[in-house]
Design a binder for this molecule. Sequence first.
Ligand SMILES: C[S@@+](CC[C@H](N)C(=O)[O-])C[C@H]1O[C@@H](n2cnc3c(N)ncnc32)[C@H](O)[C@@H]1O
Length: 254
Amino acid sequence: MILEVLNYVASWPLTTSAHRPYVRSSVNLWSRAHRCANHWAAHEAHCKAAILSAIDGLRQRRTAVVLGSGLLRDVPIVELAKRFDTVVLVDLVHLASTKAWIAMKGMKNIRLIERDLSGFEQLATGEQPEPFSFLRQVPYLDFVVSANLLSQIGLGAKKRLEALPEATIPADALKTLISAHLDGLRDIAATTCLLTDIAYSVVDRAGRTLETVDLLQGIEVPDPDARWDWPVVPFGEQSADIQVVHRVIARSRS
Ligand SMILES: C[S@@+](CC[C@H](N)C(=O)[O-])C[C@H]1O[C@@H](n2cnc3c(N)ncnc32)[C@H](O)[C@@H]1O
């Protein structure tokens, strides 16, 4: 608990006021990731392998962008920093612990950007969301990875919608934001890698699935290169008898 408080307190002044409300959930994720490290290890290894495989055949390695970089657990950041001239990390929040780790490793070619990647603001003002339009300003872009961010866009937007008066936002807003993410990735003039959980199942000790929830509003990601399970909430984390297992896919495109 004391480490969480320290990380929270250290991260607060390093975060812009608009993004400070997200520090808490990032610290919670940090804390859970430590508690569940063994259960998450295979998922993190799959993600890193998918990213390394996506950059394998690249002719040029100038700038790489990581969307949803967060705690850098599922991103092979040391390899990316070695292989690219510049690595740009984009997330709502980068915790003090992550910043300190990058500094300690002496990775001087890493840039951090705090940014909302959902496109929610554009949607709220009646525009077509283009969450990755800022990437047009990034010079020599050769690689972009969306690192377990997409499902969070839907979940985050759902919370924000619930706080708004009805009819402020179109009824299919979540679908629109998820499609905008997939379309945006498709339209980037660089190699891309999408890592995302697409659904989760609540499973009991007997292996029975009690509930399955789609995380992408019915939108399918066609032709994934790989699929695996990620026990985000293993037995004992929230309940002795129930675990929550997310289904994850990886898809790279050149
Ligand atoms: C499941 S975590 C993945 C973390 C990261 N890839 C890692 O290796 O630790 C999802 C990440 O998405 C970020 N996120 C959620 N909604 C976002 C948004 N609208 N814009 C930017 N980042 C967002 C969260 O802050 C979090 O770091």
